[in-house]
Design a protein around this ligand. Structure first.
Ligand code: NAD
Ligand code: UDP
Ligand code: UDP
Length: 350
């Protein structure tokens, strides 16, 4: 009797088993059945969509972010979800948590942001990968790396298959990102060979959609925001360089399918939309869809800007039975609606 009174006092103060825990048989507790998933870079553009999808699939999500380019607004609606936990943390420092899966997305992805503090960018990719791989090794989690089409640099093979080793300038201003991501891939494959860590490497091609930051600096968000403000669209160079744009829902579906593959599938796997456009075509499409009065204005082309890019997605089709479903016009319409909504709500000032 005395013991039960004592444990009631403890549980009242949140110590020891709660009344519900005491009453629920072990088989009904969810901690062993529910997948615990760590998402680094959770407040960023892709991370915020991924967290939402994981939660709706029934997983428990631990989101980690240092908020360098992430925005709390992107995950505000998740904060009240008891299966979501947010942790401010920089992946260049060790992290000790217990999880079953890790999606390693932490890294600024837009050239203006990754070039702001290039040393920190390389540290994020390299030290971040070491820490997350060390964590995966200790807890025997499967870990997916958000790698990038930038590992192909300014490609001389077109479209780019996974076998292509790339054409990267190791000394240029993009190298902090490109070489950081290449080194992270090396670490992933060495942890796999040396320590049997279960790895998945996704090479993500240009992805766009809602939750991009208006000052992100990448081409789709720049053009949409400029068009909605009737400002000139800033084309770098003559606009004949090409990119292939993937809508974020398609991308998230692809990385979740990759995570679900059997252990022997490590990647790398290209994930992107093979529909290729010139940057000028993109600008014209955005002006048309927004009905904007904006004109196109040419600016200097940044150094080492890749001339052309298109994913060869045969491997993703075969291994994941995946291909993008959202055409550019439809994805742009959704992205434009998102930015319009937030600008009308007064969220973004000029
Ligand atoms: P983003 O900049 O919107 O998100 C990156 C997130 O990582 C941000 O929330 C940022 O605050 C966080 N972050 C940065 N450094 C960190 C650190 N040291 N510790 C903890 N958090 C940190 O970019 P995104 O487009 O969502 O990209 C997500 C991932 O996908 C990145 O790794 C990027 O390299 C990769 N990727 C994206 C694209 C794309 O087109 N969006 C293409 C290829 C690869
Ligand atoms: N690490 C971590 N969380 C863990 C385990 C490891 O952040 O749960 C980090 C730790 O900082 C370590 C790195 O991952 O330096 C690499 O771990 P590993 O076990 O491969 O190497 P070691 O500890 O021998 O340096
Ligand atoms: N770009 C542009 N105007 C902008 C932003 C980017 O013309 O306002 C160009 C950029 O030079 C590159 C392409 O659009 O050729 C894609 O740039 P982004 O930064 O989105 O992605 P990445 O170069 O990393 O593929």
């Amino acid at each position: 009797m005395y013991l039960s009174w004592f444990s009631d006092i403890l549980s009242h103060w949140g110590v020891g088993p709660t009344r519900n825990d005491k009453e629920a048989p072990v088989s009904e507790r969810n901690y062993s059945a529910r997948k615990r998933v760590l998402v680094t870079g959770c407040a960023g553009f892709i991370g915020s969509h991924l967290c939402r999808r994981l939660l709706s699939s029934g997983a428990e999500v631990l989101g980690v972010d240092n908020f360098f380019t992430g925005d709390k607004e992107n995950i505000r609606d998740l904060l009240g979800n008891s299966l979501f936990e947010l942790m401010r943390h920089d992946v260049t420092f060790p992290l000790y948590v217990e999880v079953d899966q890790i999606y390693n997305l932490a890294c600024p992805a837009s050239p203006i942001h990754y070039q702001y503090d290039p040393v920190q960018t390389t540290k994020t990719s390299v030290h971040g990968a070491i820490n997350m791989l060390g964590l995966a090794k200790r807890v025997k989690a499967t870990i997916l790396q958000a790698s990038t089409s930038e590992v192909y640099g300014d490609p001389t093979v077109h479209p780019q298959p996974e076998e292509y080793w790339g054409n990267v300038n190791p000394l240029g201003t993009r190298a902090c990102y490109d070489e950081g991501k290449r080194c992270a891939e090396t670490l992933f494959f060495d942890y796999n060979r040396q320590h049997s860590v279960r790895i998945k490497v996704a090479r993500i091609f240009n992805t766009y959609g809602p939750n991009m930051h208006p000052n992100d600096g990448r081409v789709v968000s720049n053009f949409v925001v400029q068009a909605l403000r009737d400002q000139n669209l800033t084309i770098y160079g003559d606009g004949t360089q090409t990119r292939s744009f993937c809508y974020v829902d398609d991308l998230v579906e692809g990385i979740m399918r990759l995570m679900a593959t059997e252990e022997s599938v490590t990647g790398p796997v290209n994930l992107g939309n093979p529909e290729e456009f010139t940057i000028r075509q993109l600008a014209e499409q955005v002006i048309k869809l927004t009905g904007s009065k904006s004109k196109i204005q040419e600016h200097p082309l940044p150094a080492d800007d890749p001339r052309q890019r298109q994913p060869d997605i045969r491997r993703a089709r075969e291994l994941l039975d995946w291909e993008p479903t959202v055409p550019l016009v439809e994805g742009l319409q959704k992205t434009i609606a998102y930015f319009e909504d937030r600008m009308q709500g007064g969220d973004f000032s000029d």
